[in-house]
Structure formats: structure tokens, C-alpha cells
Design a protein around this ligand. Structure first.
Ligand code: SR1
Ligand code: MG
Length: 423
């Protein structure tokens, strides 16, 4: 018989007593657990997050709840997402060392992960809303995406390890289901949990929901998401899943991890910078954000350029997996064949990435889970003007992605939309 304890949610009052005997926490915080100070700081949609401070230091305790925190107990969600988050963090830390928080302890039954307290890091989304220009993020995020996505794929992994991981993460069904509905379908019809800035956006929302080309393309992207089990994704790689200082970037929260298309993580991430770009007009109380806007488009460029260059380096140096074996190309002196295959793959990632970026923009304005970039703009007319521009860019990306050849093209469209007067 297994000795399983029923799940009980932590709270600041019970945490020191419940986790006080853990050597992993005592070593970091100090053994006097009665003096530990605990604060619940979770501001995400799903989980509890506690900062625990002792005489010798601090740690983060994250616990999944058996339901969606944003909605409440009416939307149950399994605790096993914590298991997937833990296993994704382990793999990401091997694939891009130093880019995720250090993990000290994991308890699957209580869905608890104890990890490094990052300080003085703040959530990237908040930094961008404040108008901070972080010098490293473009390069760090481009490298992180290329390394984790390449090294978790058939390009790098052996057949056995790859299939084992595919099987392990294939059970993250409920979180995939959230993405499948919230990102690819709900924004495009009157789903019950949707909301948007109303009445200001009502006309445009109706137009988008009647847009047949948009709906068909969004479903094609959904098909890619469900069927293209290409690599282990972070699965929710937006600016709220990144913590930063001027010198360091860390990626957190991979509970949506599963095997999906390489382009998904890259597209989600880049979309969040475009949304930040269009939201800047709503944060100009202390002066105009023209330079910030230039910076944000520069970051998009740097993420993609870095991703592409690092992906190509890994292709040349670490392509030891199942696909595009060297025995077919380099070993036969066919270097050009390998370059051709790489070009094709990068081109496909590029096109799909633009589509995923478009639907991510739409769902953050039309669906359930909005983002603070727009939500913190209290003047609703101004917020709606910012959102309108983002929605238009999103539509262009989804529908016309196969005809877009460079970021310069998109960035200049973003600039034009930004200058447009929205009635
Ligand atoms: C019901 S969960 C809503 C969103 O929160 C998470 O951060 C994911 O982005 C998900 O889509
Ligand atoms: Mg999250």
C-alpha cells in the first residue's frame, strides 16, 4: 500500500510547520522554522507562490491548486501540472544552463516545487510596462529558445530518450487543452469566458469573428499545435514567464510543457513584445515612449536573429539525433544538402512563428487571459486604441504569414499602425 497524504493547500500560517523539517529549506533559510516569514505573492492565473524568508536566506515555494485560480473551483485542473513543470525545468536547465531557477525540492503529491528566490529580478512584463530597457533579453531569450527547442527535438535526441520524453509529457492533457481552446478557438467566437474592452472594440471584434480567412488560418495553426510533436516546448513563454535584472534573464513557469512545434514558443514570446510595443502609448504619463518603442522592435529583431544563428550553430555542431543524419549529408561531402535542409526548416519555423504570434496577440485581447500591458491602461478609450492596433497586426500575421519575408516588413507595419489615428 502506498502512503499518500491528501492534498492540502499551503498558506502563510501553516507553511513553516508543514515544510519546516525539509533539509533543502532549512539549509537555505536556517533551521529555526518558527522564525520563517511567509508571503503569498502569486499573481499568475493558476498557482500559489510564496516567498519564505528565514534568518539565513529566502526561497520560493510554488504550489499548484486543484483548480484554475483565475476562475475558481468551478474549473478543476489537475495537480500533475506541477510534475510536468518540474521535469521541464530539469531539462531546460540541462539544455541552457543558468537560464531557469535552481530547484531544491519537489513533492508530486502536494504539487510543491521549492526553488531559488531570484533577487533583485522582476517580471519582464512589469519592467516593460515601466519603460525599462533591459540590454540582455533579446540575446538571452533567442539563445534560450534555440537551445531548449533544438536540444529537445529529434535533431538532437536519441530515439529512445526522445520517445520516453514524448510519452512522459503526453499526459499534460489538460494544460494543452487550455491552450488549444483559449489561444486557437475561443477568441474567434463568443466563448463564455471571453471578454474585451467594450463597447470600444465591439465593432472590430465582430469583424474579426466574421473573418472566415482568419478563422480557417487559426485552425490550421491549431492543427500544427496538436499534431506537430517536434520538441519539448516551454508552452507558455510570454513576458510574464521571464524574470530579469539588467544583467540576468531567467525563464520560469513551464507547467504547459509538452511536445509541440518549435515555432510556438518563439511566436508566443515575440508576440508579447509587439503587444508591449502597442501598449506603450498607454504608459506615457512620464514622457513619451518613442525610444522604448524602438527598443522593443529591436528586441524582436534580436530574439529572432539570435535564435536563427544559434539554431544553425547547433545544427552544424550537435545534429546527432534521429533526423537529417550526417551520414546522408556531411559524411558524403554533401554540405550543401545539409544547408538546404536547414534553410527549409528555418523557413518553416519563421512562417509558423508569425502565425502563432498573431493568435497569441488576439487571445490576450479577446479571450479570458488578458495581459497587464493593456489591462493597466485605465483610460478605456486609450486602451482600446492600443488594442485595436495590436489586433490588426495580429490579423495580418495570421492570414498573410506566408507572404511575409522579413521582420523589417512587420516592424514598419507596426510603426505605421502606431501612427494611425484610431477613431
Ligand atoms: C486558465 S489559464 C489562462 C492562461 O494562463 C496561463 O498563464 C496560460 O497563458 C493560460 O493560457
Ligand atoms: Mg504561467
Amino acid at each position: 500500500m502506498t502512503d499518500t497524504k491528501p492534498f492540502v493547500a499551503l498558506c502563510p500560517e501553516t507553511l513553516p510547520q508543514r515544510l519546516g523539517a525539509l533539509p533543502e529549506l532549512r539549509a537555505r533559510l536556517g533551521a529555526n522554522n518558527e522564525s520563517w516569514r511567509v508571503k503569498e505573492v502569486g499573481d499568475g492565473n493558476l498557482n500559489l507562490v510564496f516567498i519564505v524568508e528565514g534568518d539565513q536566506g529566502k526561497a520560493i515555494v510554488k504550489q499548484a491548486l486543484p483548480y484554475v485560480r483565475l476562475v475558481g473551483e468551478s474549473w478543476p485542473l489537475p495537480l500533475k501540472r506541477s510534475f510536468f513543470e518540474y521535469h521541464a525545468l530539469v531539462r531546460q536547465s540541462e539544455r541552457d544552463p543558468g537560464m531557469v531557477p535552481e530547484i531544491f525540492y519537489f513533492d508530486a503529491e502536494q504539487a510543491i516545487i521549492v526553488m531559488e528566490f531570484l533577487s533583485p529580478h522582476i517580471i519582464l512584463r512589469r519592467a516593460l510596462i515601466e519603460g525599462q530597457q533591459l540590454p540582455r533579453i533579446g540575446r538571452d531569450l533567442g539563445l534560450f529558445a534555440a537551445r531548449t527547442l533544438f536540444r529537445g527535438s529529434d535533431l538532437a535526441m536519441s530515439a529512445r530518450k526522445r520517445k520516453e520524453d514524448l510519452a512522459l509529457f503526453s499526459d499534460n492533457v489538460e494544460l494543452c487543452d487550455i491552450t488549444e481552446n483559449l489561444v486557437f478557438s475561443d477568441p474567434y467566437f463568443e466563448a463564455s469566458l471571453n471578454r474585451h474592452t467594450s463597447p470600444q472594440l465591439d465593432g472590430l471584434v465582430a469583424e474579426l469573428r466574421a473573418d472566415r480567412d482568419l478563422k480557417v488560418e487559426a485552425q490550421k495553426l491549431k492543427h500544427l499545435f496538436t499534431a506537430k510533436a517536434e520538441t519539448l516546448l516551454h508552452g507558455d513563454l510570454h513576458t510574464g514567464s521571464v524574470m530579469v535584472t539588467g544583467e540576468e534573464t531567467r525563464v520560469i513557469d513551464p507547467e504547459f510543457a509538452f511536445y509541440g512545434p518549435i515555432a510556438f514558443d518563439v511566436g508566443m514570446m515575440i508576440a508579447n513584445f509587439w503587444m508591449s510595443y502597442f501598449s506603450q502609448a498607454g504608459h506615457e504619463e512620464d514622457g513619451d515612449r518613442e525610444e522604448m518603442r524602438r527598443y522593443l522592435l529591436g528586441v524582436v529583431d534580436e530574439i529572432w536573429t539570435t535564435f536563427r544563428a544559434e539554431f544553425a550553430r547547433l545544427w552544424h555542431e550537435e545534429r546527432n539525433g534521429i533526423l537529417y543524419q550526417r551520414s546522408l549529408f556531411e559524411d558524403r561531402g554533401d554540405r550543401l544538402g545539409s544547408e538546404q535542409a536547414l534553410d527549409h526548416m528555418l523557413h518553416e519555423i519563421w512562417t509558423d512563428m508569425l502565425g502563432f504570434a498573431g493568435v497569441e496577440i488576439h487571445r490576450r485581447i479577446l479571450g479570458l487571459a488578458h495581459n497587464a500591458d493593456f489591462e493597466t491602461i485605465s483610460d478605456l478609450d486609450l486602451r482600446a486604441r492600443c488594442e485595436t492596433k495590436a489586433l490588426k497586426l495580429g490579423r495580418h500575421l495570421v492570414v498573410n504569414r506566408r507572404q511575409i519575408h522579413s521582420l523589417a516588413e512587420i516592424n514598419s507595419l507596426a510603426n505605421r499602425l502606431e501612427k494611425e489615428t484610431v477613431s
